[in-house]
Design a protein around this ligand. Structure first.
Ligand code: GN1
Ligand code: MG
Length: 359
């Protein structure tokens, strides 16, 4: 990898000489590397190099344009809010297309800490604040200026239609492994699609949303645990407010990793949900519709089933979307998300009461 990263680095205006690199394992789509350079004064400086998956993001230039628009808006409005900054090539582009068609970008490495699973309720509350604030910072940004980088990204009904159509085709003969999972999804299909159906029929406002609100997409200060910056802006698009909360809750309130095989370890922690909601609602209260708050538990359930459907569809069609570490990785992910969805449903009444108290 070293010669490739050296060559990519030489396209950008970076200070110093290549010293070393490490792979950053976070993320199911793009490839991410922390690359360290030694400056002429001997000091080390690190960068994040990312190779965008152009099978998933067919128009990566549009992503970079979206990110530019969004971060400029936030910077102009909140001068003390640090935002992502990309380095430019000698041609003044904030990306580089390699000869083999791969798409690269480079940003500064920011000394910080990220969390994958987190039970520290202060950090959880701060996660809610960070994603709520991010949405509010973009409340006056005209979403029509953004390209829809992945059309129908959180159109739950469309995701499910695709899943069941692919299950009928069964292109790689894997449906027989997933009968129980398909049956469960079919049984909750209507409920899981309810919010996104209403959204597409205009019952909720179109907002500019992050669309990938895992807590590891927030950089935190190492000492204070205050959120420094929201990252991974590749899917910032017009969307439904509640799904940003739902996806954050799905991830942070799970007691296990997204691909835990031992389902006994997987459940939904309602205390973590409460802390997240407290932070998030505190930022949105008074600025959004009441129904954009009361539906947060349903949004959490829906996006969990939606992600399970996406993992399962990828499994059934031969694993062309998400990175996998072993052959049935996507089936394991599906089972884990469905187990989590059941745990959310089992506590649904309590989650609704929590939201009722906070709003
Ligand atoms: C993907 O690559 P990453 O981890 O940022 C996916 C999200 C999923 C997530 C599940 C563009 O995000 O939608 O929720 O995996 N991103 C895309 O971990 O599909
Ligand atoms: Mg992402």
């Amino acid at each position: 990898m070293t010669p490739i990263l050296q060559r990519i680095g030489s396209q950008f205006c970076l200070e110093g000489k290549f010293e070393s690199y490490e792979i950053i394992k976070n993320g199911n789509i793009n490839m991410t590397y922390k690359v360290t350079y030694r400056k002429s004064d001997g000091a080390l400086k690190s960068y994040i190099f990312q190779k965008i998956n152009t099978h998933v993001f067919e128009n990566p230039v549009a992503i970079m344009r979206n990110i530019d628009l969004v971060t400029t808006h936030i910077r102009n409005k909140c001068v003390d809010s640090p935002t992502l900054h990309f380095h430019h090539t000698k041609n003044r582009d904030n990306y580089f297309y390699d000869t083999d068609g791969s798409f690269w970008r480079v940003m500064n490495y920011i000394d910080s800490v990220t969390f994958n699973n987190c039970s520290d309720l202060t950090v959880v509350r701060n996660t809610g604040i960070a994603f709520g604030r991010f949405q509010m910072q973009l409340a006056d940004f005209d979403g029509a200026r953004l390209s829809e980088t992945i059309p129908d990204f959180h159109n739950t009904k469309m995701r499910m239609d695709t899943l069941f159509a692919d299950a009928v085709k069964d292109p790689v003969n894997r449906v027989r492994e997933a009968r129980a999972e398909l049956a469960y999804i079919a049984s909750v299909r209507e409920k899981a699609c309810e919010l996104s159906e209403k959204f597409y029929h205009g019952e909720f406002p179109v907002r500019v949303t992050h669309n990938d609100t895992k807590c590891n997409n927030i950089l935190f200060d190492r000492e204070t645990k205050e959120p420094l910056m929201v990252i991974d802006l590749d899917t910032v698009m017009p969307g439904m407010s509640m799904y940003d909360f739902g996806d954050a809750a799905r991830f942070i309130a799970s007691t296990a990793e997204e691909d835990e095989k031992d389902l006994k370890k997987v459940s939904f922690d309602k205390e973590v949900f409460r802390a997240l909601a407290e932070g998030y609602i505190g930022e949105l209260k008074g600025h959004v519709m009441d129904t954009e708050i009361t539906t947060l538990p349903l949004a959490t359930f829906s996006i969990t089933v939606e992600l399970a459907s996406r993992f399962l569809d990828d499994y059934i069609t031969g694993d062309s979307y998400f990175k996998i570490d072993y052959p049935d990785h996507n089936l394991v992910r599906t089972r884990c998300q469905l187990h989590l969805a059941k745990s959310i449903m089992a506590q649904f009444g309590e989650l609704c009461e929590t939201i009722e108290r906070l709003r």
